[in-house]
Ligand binder design. Structure first.
Ligand SMILES: [Zn+2]
Length: 232
C-alpha cells in the first residue's frame, strides 16, 4: 500500500526536512514597477547611444541619459517588485529578504500566531514576522494549518478569520528541501548542554526543538511529539 497520503510530521522527517516557498502573486504595483524600470533602462540606453555613439551627438541626449538614470534609480530605491517570499515547513516560518539571510522562527520558538488587521503576525521569543494577507493568503493559510498541527496552543486566529483564508492544497507553493540549519551553539532543550558538533544535534520533527543526542527525551518537552525514533 502506498504511504504517500500519510504526511504526518514524523514521517516527513524520515524523508528529509521540507518546506514550501510562496512567492507573492503578481500585483499591479509589481508590474508598474517593472514597467518603469524597463522604460528607465530604455531611456538610459537611448540616451547613451545618441550622446556617445550617434554622430553627430543629439543635443538633448544628456537629458535622456539623466532622465533614464533617474527613473531606473528611483525604482531601485522605491520600487516594489513584490512582497518577500515566505517559507513554511519543518524549519518553521521564514521570510526571505533580498541580499540578506532568511529570517526564520522555528515552531518551538513561536509564541503566537494571530491576525492583526491586514497582517498575519507570527510572534517568536525575540522576533516577529508580519505577513500581509493580501500578498500571501495561501502562505498564511499554511502557517495557520501547520501551527495548529505542530504548536496548537500558539494559534490565536478566530474561526471567522480562518474562514477568510483560502483552502490549502498539496500543490500550493514550491516544495523545497530545508537548507542546513545552524544548530551549533544552540542549547539542548532537555540538558542545557551546548551543541558543539552538528552531528550531535537532534531536531524534533514536529516543532524543531533542539536536543543533544545524549539527552533526547521520549517526548518532546515543547510539543510532546514522540521522539523515540531520534533516540535510536
Ligand atoms: Zn517538538
Amino acid at each position: 500500500m502506498s504511504q504517500t497520503r500519510n504526511d504526518s510530521p514524523l514521517r516527513k522527517a524520515r524523508r528529509g526536512r521540507q518546506e514550501r516557498r510562496f512567492e507573492q502573486k503578481s500585483s499591479p504595483a509589481g508590474w508598474i514597477s517593472l514597467a518603469v524600470t524597463v522604460v528607465g533602462g530604455l531611456l538610459l540606453g537611448a540616451g547613451i547611444y545618441s550622446q556617445w555613439v550617434a554622430d553627430p551627438a543629439l543635443s538633448y541626449a544628456s537629458w535622456i541619459v539623466g532622465a533614464g538614470a533617474l527613473v531606473a534609480a528611483s525604482t531601485i530605491v522605491w520600487g516594489t517588485f513584490g512582497a518577500p517570499a515566505v517559507r513554511v515547513g519543518d524549519a518553521g516560518i521564514g521570510l526571505e529578504r533580498p541580499g540578506q539571510p532568511l529570517r526564520r522562527i522555528a515552531w518551538s520558538k513561536v509564541r503566537s500566531v494571530s491576525v492583526d488587521r491586514s497582517d498575519l503576525v507570527v510572534a517568536g521569543e525575540s522576533d516577529k514576522l508580519s505577513i500581509r494577507l493580501k500578498d500571501h493568503a495561501s502562505a498564511a493559510a499554511w502557517i495557520v494549518k501547520e501551527a495548529a498541527a505542530r504548536v496548537p496552543k500558539t494559534v490565536r486566529v478566530h474561526d471567522d478569520q480562518k474562514a477568510l483564508l483560502p483552502q490549502t492544497a498539496e500543490a500550493d507553493g514550491e516544495l523545497l528541501t530545508v537548507e542546513k540549519e545552524q544548530v551549533t551553539g544552540a542549547k539542548c532543550c532537555a540538558s542545557g548542554k551546548v551543541i558543539t558538533f552538528e552531528k550531535d544535534a537532534r531536531l524534533c520533527p514536529r516543532c524543531g526543538e533542539v536536543y543533544h543526542v545524549s539527552s533526547v527525551p521520549v517526548r518532546c518537552l515543547t510539543c510532546e511529539a514522540d521522539l523515540t525514533s531520534l533516540k535510536a
